[in-house]
Write a protein that binds this ligand. Structure first.
Ligand code: UDP
Length: 369
């Protein structure tokens, strides 16, 4: 494929590297990396304060900083939330409009109504990567309009994510999955005696279930992640205060990707206890890459990632006792199988190929309005 000039428009809920954007941040950075390695010219427009990891500093990726407010996260809003006027998002799309002649394709990562609404006003094609399941009525409606006018231009992580959009035919989506740079994740065969929980600290992530399960299973728990909702975090801290003193339920703050890559492998298992259908769940593949089995509720993307009995255990959603049983069975999982699954299914190379094919079909395929 010839070299493309690509503009990736990142999530407007926070700067790259802040953790506010959750897994989309890593998706944007990893995609920029793999596309640059495939000799495409890659630019990222992202909220002011964004940083790229040192590991990709040698690649020629331009980072365009967008001033302005961050959007509220859609998970914290009602389905009928009014359309927010957010200037980092508006500024990014204003820049994209002014500079569109410098690019062959724009790639939208904002889970927001605005980029879909603006799509017909651009001369350059827009590919939309939708990073979550259905959460907002206005967004559902505008995605459906874009699909009619520009078939083949919407992508998603997983099949189960697309099934949450009741107004759209599942066949209209490109399923792209996710990937990580496995070589940077340190495999660990001999774990220490603690469980791990990773993610944005926000009610939909269900951290309280992981804390309760760890206490019931008499296991220590290490928590890392960005506190997104302080009231929720105070409730979790009260639950942690009830833990018996011989257990360590420790919050270690928000780690950079590089720090995670070095330290995840020590854990006996990762608990993913979300109350919503995760579109994907990148923390699960990061853990697998380090040889860490994943115990997760059988819901959303996690149900597509975890091979129950082979690379972790799937537990019925919100069944806290089921988590405790799974923790007791974790020794049955061979950590080498976890690493192997990450290597064979979530490598950057195969993922980059899927995106190239998608872009190719949008730019050169017979997609007609
Ligand atoms: N993460 C991180 N530092 C932490 C905890 C989590 O960088 O201390 C990152 C993690 O690597 C992953 C993201 O946060 O990229 C969480 O993504 P996931 O898809 O699991 O959930 P989301 O937040 O998108 O709902």
């Amino acid at each position: 494929m010839r070299s493309l000039r690509l503009l990736l428009l990142s999530t407007p809920v926070g700067p790259l590297g802040s953790g506010l954007g959750g897994g989309v941040e890593l998706t944007v950075v990893n995609l920029a990396q793999v596309l640059a390695r495939l000799s495409h010219q890659v630019a990222i427009a992202a909220p002011q304060g964004s940083v790229l990891p040192d590991a990709i500093a040698a690649l020629d990726i331009s980072l365009i900083q967008m001033a302005g407010n961050w959007q509220p996260i859609a998970q914290s809003q009602p389905r009928s939330a009014p359309i927010a006027v957010g200037s980092a998002l508006a500024n990014a799309w204003q820049y994209a409009h002014q500079a569109q002649s410098q690019y062959d394709l724009l790639v939208n990562f904002a889970y927001d109504w605005l980029p879909f609404y603006l799509t017909p006003f651009f001369k350059v094609p827009v590919a939309h990567f939708v990073s979550m399941g259905s959460l907002n009525d206005a967004l559902d409606a505008v995605i459906a309009q874009v699909v009619v006018q520009f078939p083949g231009t919407i992508g998603a992580y997983t099949r189960s994510q697309t099934q949450t959009f009741a107004n759209l035919d599942p066949g209209q989506w490109q399923i792209l999955g996710s990937a990580i740079d496995i070589s940077h994740y340190q495999y660990c065969d001999q774990p220490s005696d603690f469980l791990l929980w990773l993610g944005r600290i926000s009610p939909e992530k269900g951290l309280e279930d992981a804390v309760a399960a760890a206490i019931s299973a008499n296991q220590s728990l290490q928590i890392f992640g960005k506190v997104e909702n302080s009231d929720y975090w105070r409730q979790i801290q009260s639950a942690i205060a009830q833990a018996p003193s011989h257990l360590s339920i420790d919050y270690g703050g928000f780690l950079t990707t590089e720090q995670l890559q070095k330290s995840l492998g020590q854990a006996k298992a990762l608990l993913v206890t979300s109350h919503w259908a995760e579109a994907f769940g990148i923390v699960a593949i990061e853990a697998l890459a380090c040889g860490v089995p994943v115990i997760a509720y059988r819901c959303g993307g996690l149900a597509e990632i975890v091979r129950s009995g082979e690379t972790g255990w799937l537990v019925e959603p919100d069944d806290a006792l089921g988590l405790v049983d799974a923790i007791a069975q974790i020794h049955q999982i061979d950590r080498r199988h976890c690493r192997q699954q990450a290597e064979t299914t979530y490598s950057l190379a195969a993922w980059g190929d899927r995106f190239e094919q998608w872009f190719d079909s949008i730019l050169f395929g017979k997609i007609t309005a």
